[in-house]
Design a protein around this ligand. Structure first.
Ligand SMILES: Nc1ncnc2c1ncn2[C@@H]1O[C@H](COP(=O)(O)OP(=O)(O)OP(=O)(O)O)[C@@H](O)[C@H]1O
Length: 272
């Protein structure tokens, strides 16, 4: 259970669990070179259990590459990536990835329920348990009424929800998201932002979220990593001091939100 600063309640655990959270992922001196192209340099960051970390930065600065390193899909050329205190040598089964390209992430010949079932089958969930788990997962992402639809019969937002349900079927401790809402319209995007926040907070999942959208990063994150390019380095690691639960209207009007928005805009404008 996460506790966030609650200004409406003076007895809320203000000293927040944040300070006591356990480190889950640790990157020390991580660098990556593709051929002669140095993509990432000296990345040092500690991500704690239950934390929501967003990454922003100009195009090509290495955001996706960093996510792929965390996923264990690429080995760093330098430094170490530790997961639960152990140096990571291969992808962990409890780290799930949500991609922007939901259409390619789903199997078009399987219904929504069968797409979720696939992840359960892969995880070895006994057949007898699958039906209830599928119903729970589809319910969690608001797709209960669409279990028998094929991806082609669903909107972009619904397909992305389905991809998220499939990831949750893995029972992940960490969800890595690479611009998951980038292809969606503004209203759907905001709805899904709130859904992912409630999923993450209900299941105490740790989230690492790559986005081009500076406001999205502030709205979702406990911290925002600003990567500068050539090679990709951490320019700033910014704490987001906004209360939770967040609200699409009031949070975005808070002075701290606006100040951070200004700070991040100034940062990216340097690389325009
Ligand atoms: N497999 C690869 N081989 C060679 N170079 C690569 C490879 N993958 C990525 N790169 C290069 O690494 C750099 C960082 O790419 P990456 O996709 O991580 O950036 P990004 O910040 O996510 O970009 P965008 O915001 O445009 O999605 C780019 O210059 C890219 O061309």
């Amino acid at each position: 259970m996460l506790h966030y600063l609650d200004r409406t309640n003076p007895h809320a655990p203000v000293a927040s669990a944040k300070a006591n959270r356990k480190s889950l992922i640790s990157l020390k001196g991580v660098g990556l070179t593709f051929g002669s192209h140095e993509v990432l340099r000296d990345i040092d960051v500690e991500i704690c259990e239950g934390e929501f970390v967003c990454v922003i930065g100009p195009s090509g600065c290495g955001k996706t590459t960093l996510l792929r390193i965390l996923a264990g899909l690429i080995r760093a050329s330098r430094g170490t990536v530790s997961y639960r205190g152990k140096v990571q040598t291969q992808p962990a089964s409890d780290i799930a990835i949500v991609f922007q390209d939901y259409a390619n992430a789903l199997l078009p010949w399987r219904t929504a329920a069968a797409n979720v079932s696939l992840a359960l089958e892969a995880a070895g969930t006994p057949r007898a348990e699958r039906k209830d788990r599928i119903a729970d997962l589809l319910d969690k992402v608001g797709l209960s009424k669409h279990a028998d639809k094929y991806p082609s019969e669903m909107s972009g937002g619904m397909q992305q929800r389905l991809q998220i349900a499939r990831c949750l079927a893995q029972n992940p401790s960490v969800i890595l998201m690479d611009e998951p809402f980038g292809a969606l319209d503004a209203m759907t995007r905001q709805k899904l932002q709130d859904e992912i926040l409630s999923i993450v907070s209900d299941s105490n999942v740790t989230a690492f979220f790559v986005t081009h959208d500076l406001e999205e990063a502030i709205y979702l994150g406990d911290r925002v990593i600003a990567l500068e390019p050539n090679p990709g380095r951490i320019a700033e690691l910014i704490d987001v001091p906004l209360t939770r639960p967040r609200n699409q209207l009031t949070t975005r009007e808070e002075p701290e939100f606006l100040a951070l928005r200004r700070k991040l805009f100034d940062f990216v404008l340097r690389y325009e």
